[in-house]
Design a protein around this ligand. Structure first.
Ligand code: UDP
Length: 368
């Protein structure tokens, strides 16, 4: 197949490119504004096409027309933006994605659309998020944080309707808090808003700044190792018939923790990997102070992954292994790693060989 990955330069996209290039079964074209996160990926099976998907162009349409499968990862996934720039979020996460779906219809291309676990909204009364049974519960319209979830859910609804009408062959993916290297970017000590929770806590550990628990860090999230996420994608590719016009949760229900627990596990892993006591103190902060007026937090239930399990997929990395893998990577870049083994690692994944001495107060890598 020739696969077109829209949003290939992001966190998830760059890992999918790496995965596809290593497997070598398909040719891949990646489209994004920047290829910073694709540095080091070189293969004659991969072509990068630099363009801004927000600007409609004949080039995008030509790339879709030439592909066998379109994977759409294009989205803003930054909670600060949901309240500071809700229209921009809606325009990219709905309008632009819908235009892509319509081009897939026009050129009769299969579409794998990455949506979000956020479409479930706040935790309901069930025990798990189920693709076809759970209600979606969003906050009031004055809380513009929900524009992201609303846009993603509406996109899903329209794509499903095109599928029901027989116009589009699609698969919708609902990712639950993927974690891996290259996730977002690091921030200076005490920064508010911006990236997702892992880079915030990692930045705090590296800069000895505060770890901030938004609204006390009482909500739950289930974190999934990016390698498990890549394997889930591969499972979808390998089952075109079973995945046709269906929605799939991709997450690890076994890794469901509160954000407060996440902070303490990360501190513990930092201690074990560096041999030093983390200097960060844990603080609580109000959600609207952290992200801006219009932010509202929602507790979330873990995913029901029986649909993916029925295809033979199973997540392999437990929470400590998931976090340790990525923390280790940042510590290597900051030259702070002293421990070569991964504490609590239950995966069979190989740990990267390295023994480095601790250098106090290096510049924070990856900060921008
Ligand atoms: N969060 C936090 N401290 C931070 C960054 C995030 O307590 O420094 C919280 C945030 O309010 C949310 C959770 O961590 O409750 C997960 O946030 P993230 O943006 O990573 O993912 P999402 O909310 O989209 O699942």
């Amino acid at each position: 197949m020739h696969i077109l990955l829209l949003g290939a330069g992001g966190f998830v996209g760059s890992h999918l490119v790496e995965h596809l290039v290593v497997r070598g079964e398909h040719t891949v074209t990646g489209v994004d504004i920047t290829d910073e996160k694709l540095a080091g990926i070189a293969s004659d099976r991969f072509t990068f096409h630099q363009s801004d998907i927000r600007t409609p162009s004949r080039a995008t349409e030509r790339l879709i027309a030439k592909s066998d499968l379109v994977v759409d990862l294009v989205a803003y996934a930054n909670p600060s933006m949901y309240v500071s720039s809700p229209l921009e979020v809606f325009e990219l996460n709905f309008d632009v994605n819908l235009a892509i779906a319509r081009l897939c219809i026009k050129h009769k291309k299969r579409l794998i659309q990455y949506s979000s676990a956020e479409v479930y909204g706040k935790a309901g009364t069930d025990t798990l998020c189920r693709e076809e049974e759970s209600d979606s519960i969003f906050g009031p319209v004055t809380k513009s944080r929900w524009i992201y979830a609303t846009a993603k859910l509406l996109l899903e609804r329209v794509i499903c309707a095109y599928g029901d009408a027989g116009d589009l062959e699609y698969t919708i993916v609902r990712p639950f808090n993927f974690i891996g290297t290259r996730i977002d970017y690091l921030v200076p000590p005490g920064a508010i808003g911006g990236p997702r929770v892992f880079p915030h806590f990692m930045s705090a550990l590296l800069t000895r700044g505060p770890i901030r628990l938004v609204n006390g860090g009482l909500v739950h999230r289930a974190f999934l190792h990016i390698d498990d996420a890549n394997n889930a994608f591969q499972t979808l590719l390998d089952h075109p018939n079973e995945t046709r016009n269906r929605v799939f949760n991709i997450g690890n229900p076994g890794n469901n923790v509160t954000i407060r627990e996440l902070a303490f596990v990360m501190m513990d892993l930092y201690r074990e990997l560096t041999g030093e006591e983390p200097a960060s103190r844990v603080e609580e902060i109000d959600g609207e102070e952290f992200y801006g007026v219009g932010y509202e937090d929602g507790d979330r239930l873990p995913p029901d992954i029986s649909r993916m399990r029925a295809l033979g997929w199973e997540p392999h990395f437990d929470l400590r292994a998931t976090l340790a893998d990525v923390i280790r990577d940042y510590l290597v870049q900051a030259d702070r790693l002293v421990c070569t083994s991964t504490p609590g690692m239950t995966s069979t994944a190989e740990s990267r060989p390295m023994v480095l001495s601790r250098v106090p107060e290096t510049a924070v890598p990856g900060y921008r």
